[in-house]
Design a protein around this ligand. Structure first.
Ligand code: BG6
Length: 525
């Protein structure tokens, strides 16, 4: 009986609420479990040239090329598009095509694609051996660039080469009004280096030509945050400190630092995740409704949030480092072993509390935590509402508060915890039940495999849409908030606390919450 009530409510509530916002890409008709049709549209683009500097690197292999292939399969990459890998290695065009075919087989997620499509995609590919900071290969590359079309240059290389690449794109006559450059994080190591990088790029390109990638913004569910907030009348009136007690943002990973120890030990969770991905999630949750869904309207609002962030008190920070794990199957080294420094003070986990000091949010704390080797992979935003101001049901009904939980990955979906009467006899007793919607369930099989973030972001570059990319001032503001936090713990000589792999992180993070008489929601897969 209770089950029937909940599922009927869930259908009427969630499906009606959200399905209008799931018009994605691809050419198929999606049908929800409830039989609603959603037309998924391919937005066509004109033939373009895309040069991938670092075209043989890890990011190109794992993400960029498989993403392009998927969009080729869905018919969005037009034949006539030219994708040129550029790197030091001396590949022939055929050799590079073989290399890419291998990467596609390994990393395209086995997405079905008709026979012959891979060959079609490979025929768009070319390769130029190039020296980023010398002259070798540049004349050759310039000769292959097509006039009068969009030309995008993907800097999938370390930031120290950005200046050299930008300068040569200009001096070899490849810059035009239609040129765009794409840069990856880390965008700077601190505020000064980010300002310097912005200056280097600005010397050769306008801000409107610079696409700074934060791949979290390309995730389907992260964009859905905006749909949920600004596509529904329901939540917005409650979205403020009058009704929201606090907000928890968790990005938990089960992976360790893997083979990236060198980079990671210089960055730590604060620079690697908090300054960028977590910050973007916080912005999307906290920002005012932009007047339009266009690049500057959205980015202006995000910037205001970052600039309104309070500095973080030392006792509102918890840092940790994961310990080794024993056991045949799951054994792995500790953080310090993984980075090869048994005295490392870099954190693989951070939790902190901050405030967005503006009219909407004054008094509502934001608790953010992220870490590696935690008990489950789970990115979730929990909006915890306040208790009802007065209970008409008396003491025995207990205290109940609503919770809106937005799961970003895995098992993407939304749960709203509501209070109802406990069924049956025994007076007016209350209980909390979840109205739970999994996107995969609501959208049917087509909702189970959302496009990879890189697919959307690369095609947005080609289309010239910067909405999901970070503007220079946004990155600088994020560093301006981050730098003093890091400088603070360095000056205090703090060492991160060890935590067990497979746990929820160090005990300090729980105490941070307990001091406020609150607790973290569990980290569940
Ligand atoms: C990257 C970080 O930007 O994001 C990694 O450098 C992290 O350390 C990764 O593991 C997480 O991304 P995702 O998409 O797996 O959540």
């Amino acid at each position: 009986m209770r089950h029937r009530f909940l599922s009927a409510f869930r259908q009427a509530f969630f499906v009606g609420l959200f399905c209008g916002h799931f018009v994605g890409t691809g050419s198929t008709m999606l049908t929800t479990q409830q039989g609603q049709n959603m037309v998924s549209r391919v937005i066509p683009v004109d033939p373009f040239d895309l040069v991938i500097f670092g075209g043989t690197g890890d990011l190109a292999r794992r993400k960029i090329l498989p993403a392009l292939f998927r969009r080729f399969c869905s018919g969005q990459v037009p034949s006539g598009a030219q994708i040129i890998g550029a790197a030091r290695a001396g590949f022939s065009t055929d050799g590079y095509r073989d290399f890419v075919a291998q990467a596609i087989r390994e990393f395209s997620g086995g997405r079905a694609c008709e026979d012959g499509t891979l060959e079609g995609f490979l025929s768009c590919l070319d390769y130029v051996a190039i020296d980023a900071s010398g002259d070798q290969g540049w004349g050759d590359l310039a000769a292959r660039i097509t006039n009068d079309r969009v030309r995008a240059f993907y800097f999938s290389v370390g930031p120290r080469l950005f200046g050299d690449l930008a300068e040569r794109i200009h001096s070899y006559g490849m810059a035009s009004a239609q040129s765009r450059i794409v840069v990856e994080k880390p965008f700077g190591h601190d505020l000064d280096s980010a300002i310097a990088l912005n200056k280097t790029l600005a010397a050769h390109f306008d801000e409107g030509q610079i696409y700074r990638i934060d791949h979290y913004l390309g995730k389907e569910t992260v964009q859905n945050l905006m749909a949920v907030r600004f596509g529904n009348m329901l939540f917005e009136p409650l979205w403020n400190s009058q009704y929201v007690d606090h907000i928890q943002i968790t990005v938990a990973e089960t992976v360790g630092v893997g083979g990236r120890g060198d980079y990671y030990d210089r960055a730590g969770a604060m620079r690697d995740m908090m300054q960028n991905h977590m910050m973007q999630l916080l912005c999307l949750i906290a920002m005012e409704p932009p007047a339009k869904f266009d690049p500057d309207s959205v980015r202006d609002e995000k910037l205001k949030v970052i600039r309104a962030l309070d500095s973080v008190e030392p006792h509102h920070i918890a840092r940790g480092q994961y310990l080794a794990q024993d056991g045949d199957e799951f054994a792995h080294p500790s953080y310090r072993e993984a980075v090869g420094d048994d005295r490392s003070r870099t954190e693989s986990y951070i939790a902190l509390k901050t405030h967005v000091s503006n009219w909407r949010w004054a008094g509502t704390p934001f608790y953010l935590r992220t870490g590696k080797r935690l008990k489950a992979r789970s990115s979730v935003i929990n909006v915890m509402f306040k208790d009802a101001p007065h209970s008409i049901f008396g003491e025995e009904a207990g205290r109940h508060a609503n919770l809106l939980s937005i799961r970003l990955q895995p098992n993407e979906g939304i749960t709203l915890k509501v209070t109802i009467k406990e069924p049956g006899q025994g007076g007016m007793r209350l209980m909390d039940v979840p109205l739970d919607m999994s996107f995969a369930e609501a959208l049917g099989p087509d909702g189970e495999d959302p496009p990879d973030a890189y697919e959307r972001l690369i095609m947005d570059v080609i289309r010239g849409n910067q909405t999901l990319f970070m503007r220079g001032d946004e990155v600088e503001a994020a560093w301006a908030w981050t730098d003093p936090i890091i400088a603070g713990w360095q000056a205090r000589g703090e060492v991160p606390k060890p935590y067990d792999s497979g746990s929820a992180g160090p005990g300090d993070a729980d105490q941070l919450m307990a001091r406020d008489k609150r607790e973290w929601r569990g980290i569940n897969p």
